[in-house]
Design a protein around this ligand. Structure first.
Ligand SMILES: Nc1ncnc2c1ncn2[C@@H]1O[C@H](COP(=O)(O)OP(=O)(O)O)[C@@H](O)[C@H]1O
Ligand SMILES: [Mg+2]
Length: 374
C-alpha cells in the first residue's frame, strides 16, 4: 500500500473488518469501532430503527463510554434530540458543536461531554436500517468534509454487510422450514397412516356380529401395530435431537438445555447470553459448556430447593464465563466430597485451562462461576 493516502488505507481496513462473515450483533459492533477509528472519534454508536415504530431506535450499539458510566446514565437513547433528527431526515449530518444545534435536547446527567458530531443513515436494500453516529474528534477540532465522506462510505459498506447477514439468516430459516415440512411428510407417511389403519382394524373388531376370537385377534394386532408406531416415533425424535443439534449454534443449544430441565426444576431458568457467542466460541468450548450447564442446573433441581435460577453466559476480558446463581438453601457445610457432577464440571474447565468458583450467592443460594479462556 506504498504511496497510498493513509485515509484510503484506513477506510479499506474498516471495510475489511466489517465485510467478514459474522452475525448481526458482531457486524454492528465492528461498524461502530471501525467508524471511530476511521475519523478518530472518541465515541461512536449505531442506532437501529424500530420496525414497529420508525420514529424510535430499538437497539443502540455504542463504543467509547465505559460500562460504569453507561450504567450510571441508565436508559440508552431512544431517538430524541439530534439522534431523532436523523430519523426524521435520513441524510448525513455534520455539526461542529452538538449543543448548538436547534434539534439538540441536551445530554442526560452523567453523560460525558460531547461536541463535534457526524451522523449518517445506513440503508439496507434501500430502506433506512439505522444510523451511525460519531462524536468528539480526538484532535479537539470539528470533523472535516472528508471525515463525513468516509463515514458515508462506511455506512454504505455496513448496509451491504447487514444485508448479507440477513440473507444468510433467511436462508437458514428457509432450510429449517423445509426440514420441518419433510418431517411432517415423513410422519404422515408412516405414523399417521399406520394409526389410521389400526383405527380401521379396531372399528372392524367392535362391529356387531363379530366373532369374539376374531375380535381378540384384531385387538392384539392393533396393540402390536401401536407398539411399533411408538418405537418409530421414538426413533424419529432421537434422529431429530441428534443430527441438527450438533450444527446448531451455542445459543440455541444452551437454551435447549434450559428448556429440557424446566420440568425438573419446576420453574424456567432465566438465561442471559451476551456477546457474539455463536461466532466467538469454538466447538471445543461449546462441547464443555453444554454439559456443564446441564449438570449445574440439574444440581439446582436436585439439591437447592430453589424458586429461581439465573444463568449468565458472557465473554469477559478474553474469558468465557458461565455463571449459575440459584436462590436455594446454599451448599451444605460439608457437601458430598465425591460428587461426580462437580468433579466433571471442574475437569471440563481444567481441560481448557480454566477454573471453577463454587460459593454462596448474595441471597443465600449457590453461585457457580465456571470460566475458561477464549
Ligand atoms: N445448587 C446447589 N445447591 C445446593 N447444594 C448443591 C448445589 N450444587 C451442588 N450441591 C451440593 O454438592 C454436592 C455435590 O454435587 P455433585 O458433585 O453434582 O454430586 P451429586 O449431584 O451427584 O450429588 C451435592 O450432593 C450437593 O450437596
Ligand atoms: Mg450433580
Amino acid at each position: 500500500m506504498d504511496g497510498m493516502d493513509p485515509r484510503v488505507g484506513r477506510l479499506l481496513e474498516a471495510i475489511l473488518a466489517v465485510a467478514e462473515d459474522l452475525d448481526l450483533d458482531a457486524v454492528l459492533e465492528r461498524v461502530v469501532v471501525a467508524a471511530c477509528g476511521l475519523v478518530d472519534a472518541r465515541y461512536g454508536a449505531l442506532g437501529v430503527v424500530d420496525r414497529e415504530d420508525p420514529g424510535r431506535l430499538s437497539t443502540f450499539v455504542h463504543h467509547g463510554i465505559d460500562a460504569e458510566t453507561v450504567r450510571r446514565m441508565g436508559a440508552l437513547p431512544s431517538g430524541r434530540g439530534l439522534l431523532g433528527e436523523l430519523l426524521r431526515d435520513p441524510r448525513p449530518l455534520r455539526v461542529a458543536d452538538l449543543g448548538g444545534h436547534p434539534a439538540s435536547v441536551g445530554l442526560p446527567p452523567g453523560h460525558p461531554p460531547m461536541h463535534s458530531f457526524i451522523g449518517a443513515p445506513i440503508r439496507v436494500r434501500g430502506a433506512v436500517f439505522g444510523n451511525l453516529y460519531l462524536t468528539d474528534k480526538r484532535t479537539g477540532t470539528a470533523f472535516s468534509a472528508e471525515d463525513e465522506a468516509g463515514v458515508v462510505a462506511l455506512a454504505a459498506v455496513a448496509g451491504s454487510a447487514i444485508a448479507n447477514v440477513e440473507m444468510a439468516r433467511q436462508g437458514q430459516e428457509l432450510s429449517v422450514s423445509r426440514e420441518r415440512d419433510r418431517i411432517a411428510r415423513d410422519l404422515h407417511d408412516t405414523v399417521i397412516q399406520n394409526l389410521y389403519a389400526t383405527g380401521l382394524g379396531l372399528q372392524a373388531a367392535v362391529r356387531d356380529g363379530v366373532d369374539p376370537d376374531d375380535a381378540r385377534a384384531r385387538v392384539e394386532r392393533a396393540i402390536e401395530s401401536i407398539d411399533a408406531t411408538v418405537k418409530e416415533i421414538r426413533a424419529r425424535i432421537f434422529d431429530l435431537q441428534d443430527t441438527p443439534s450438533a450444527q446448531r449454534g451455542v445459543r440455541a443449544r444452551l437454551l435447549a438445555v434450559a428448556e429440557e430441565l424446566a420440568d425438573l426444576l419446576g420453574f424456567p431458568a432465566r438465561i442471559r447470553l451476551d456477546g457474539p457467542l455463536d461466532t466467538a466460541l469454538g466447538a471445543e468450548h461449546v462441547d464443555q459448556l453444554v454439559p456443564v450447564l446441564r449438570e449445574t442446573l440439574t444440581n439446582v433441581a436436585k439439591h437447592a430447593r430453589a424458586t429461581g435460577v439465573v444463568v449468565r453466559v458472557e465473554l469477559v476480558d478474553g474469558w468465557i464465563e458461565l455463571e449459575v446463581v440459584d436462590d436455594g438453601d446454599g451448599l451444605p457445610a460439608a457437601p458430598r466430597q465425591h460428587g461426580m457432577g462437580l468433579r466433571n464440571v471442574r475437569e471440563r474447565a481444567a481441560l481448557l485451562g480454566g477454573d471453577v468458583e463454587l460459593g454462596s450467592a448474595p441471597g443465600g443460594g449457590t453461585r457457580v462461576l465456571w470460566r475458561v479462556p477464549l
